[in-house]
Ligand binder design. Structure first.
Ligand SMILES: [Ca+2]
Ligand SMILES: [Ca+2]
Length: 127
C-alpha cells in the first residue's frame, strides 16, 4: 500500500467467491486526505503448486481519499466598477478545489442589499 493519505493504513483481505482467484482488499486507517494505492509485491503468495506470484500490475489502483472541505472566496469581479449605477453587479467565486457544479445554484448565494439611500434631493430623508 502506498499513496499520500496520512494515517496508519491497514488492509483487510477477504476472498470474493470461492475459486481462489479474486479477493477484496479493504484499506482503512486514513486520517488525512490523499491518494491510496494498493499493490502486491512479487513472491508474497503462492499458487496451489507452490509457485510464487509475480508483482501486481494495474490499470488504476489509486483512489483519492478526500475529507478536505473546499474553501471559497467571493470578491467583486475583475472589471466590476465600484461604485456603480448599473446592474448586474458581478462577483467571482473561486473554490480551492473542483466542486460538483450542480450543487452550486443561485439559491445558495447569500445576498445583502444596502438600505435605500436618500435621494440626492432630500439629504435629510433618514433623519
Ligand atoms: Ca483511480
Ligand atoms: Ca475535498
Amino acid at each position: 500500500m502506498g499513496g499520500t493519505a496520512t494515517g496508519t493504513l491497514a488492509a483487510a483481505v477477504t476472498e470474493v467467491g470461492s475459486d481462489g482467484t479474486t479477493f477484496n482488499i479493504a484499506v482503512s486507517g486514513m486520517t488525512g486526505s490523499g491518494t491510496v494505492t494498493a499493490s502486491l509485491d512479487a513472491s508474497v503468495v503462492t499458487d496451489l503448486a507452490g509457485n510464487a506470484n509475480i508483482a501486481s500490475t494495474s490499470t488504476d489502483n489509486t483512489v483519492m481519499y478526500d475529507i478536505t472541505a473546499p474553501i471559497v472566496t467571493v470578491n467583486q469581479a475583475a472589471g466590476q466598477s465600484d461604485p456603480t449605477d448599473a446592474g448586474p453587479i458581478n462577483f467571482t467565486a473561486v473554490f480551492s478545489q473542483p466542486i460538483t457544479p450542480a450543487t452550486f445554484t443561485a439559491a445558495h448565494v447569500s445576498l445583502t442589499a444596502p438600505l435605500a439611500l436618500p435621494r440626492p434631493s432630500s439629504p435629510r430623508a433618514l433623519q
